[in-house]
Ligand binder design. Structure first.
Ligand SMILES: Nc1nc2c(ncn2[C@@H]2O[C@H](COP(=O)(O)OP(=O)(O)OP(=O)(O)O)[C@@H](O)[C@H]2O)c(=O)[nH]1
Ligand SMILES: [Mg+2]
Length: 210
């Protein structure tokens, strides 16, 4: 990745986005669908993964630095350090697994309270795997209610069928753009800061889609 070439610097903002949620809910699959428009049977993430994507939204050229954390508990200490400076966070559950939904309040909301440094950080609740409608155990209404209580945006999606995949990221980013403190000159959303936080070597892979 060459961050010094001029084409790489032609953007208005860098936003750091973080993906959290239980193992197996489909965080890496959603990210792969969004960045590469593909779907595979992925192995659980080891530590943290990272992808970059350029998008144009709201008339701005944006560089999204998306950190995909491991849901497995043994990586929790490592992943907690990646909350720092995030402008947006995707909290994900699997609509066919009730435990992944209850863990949002039992585990993930607590992690956010402990580790998120940015008070105005925009949160997006995502219920994945809606293609498995006949196995659904968490209703859309429950998702809406949780999102209302925790002040999150909300969408249901399927990384497998592409339903609402782009919207998850677009709605999150549009809300970030609409939040002055996250876009102001001198805020952490400005161009250079993402390269200060690199993935730990053996525990993360870095790839760029643009
Ligand atoms: N049917 C269906 N399966 C999905 C969908 N998204 C992911 N999966 C499957 O769910 C399993 C787990 O997906 P991952 O993307 O690895 O889950 P993860 O949240 O990244 O898991 P960790 O990295 O362990 O935290 C894989 O077998 C995926 O193929 C979806 O939208 N529909
Ligand atoms: Mg993963």
């Amino acid at each position: 990745m060459d961050s010094s070439s001029s084409s790489q610097l032609e953007f208005d903002y860098v936003f750091k986005l973080l993906m959290i949620g239980d193992s197996g809910v489909g965080k890496s699959s959603l990210l792969l669908r969004f960045t590469s428009d593909s779907f595979e049977d992925l192995s659980p993430t080891i530590g943290v993964d990272f992808k970059l994507k350029m998008v144009t939204l709201g008339g701005k050229k944006l560089r999204l630095a998306i950190w995909d954390t491991a849901g497995q508990e043994r990586f929790r200490t490592l992943t907690s350090s990646y909350y720092r400076g995030a402008q947006g966070i995707i909290m994900m559950y699997d609509v066919t697994r009730r435990d992944t939904f209850t863990n949002l309040s039992d585990v993930w909301a607590k992690e956010i309270d402990l580790y998120l440094t940015n008070q105005d950080c925009v949160k997006m609740l995502v219920g994945n795997k809606v293609d498995k409608e006949n196995e659904r155990v968490v209703t859309k209404k429950e998702g809406i209610n949780f999102a209302r209580e925790y002040g999150c945006l909300f969408l249901e999606c399927s990384a497998k069928t592409r339903v609402n995949v782009e919207q998850c990221f677009e709605e999150l980013v549009l809300k970030i753009l609409d939040t002055p403190s996250l876009c102001a000159e001198g805020s952490s959303g400005i161009k250079t800061n993402i390269f200060k936080q690199k993935p730990l070597q053996a525990d993360a892979s870095m790839s760029s889609c643009c």
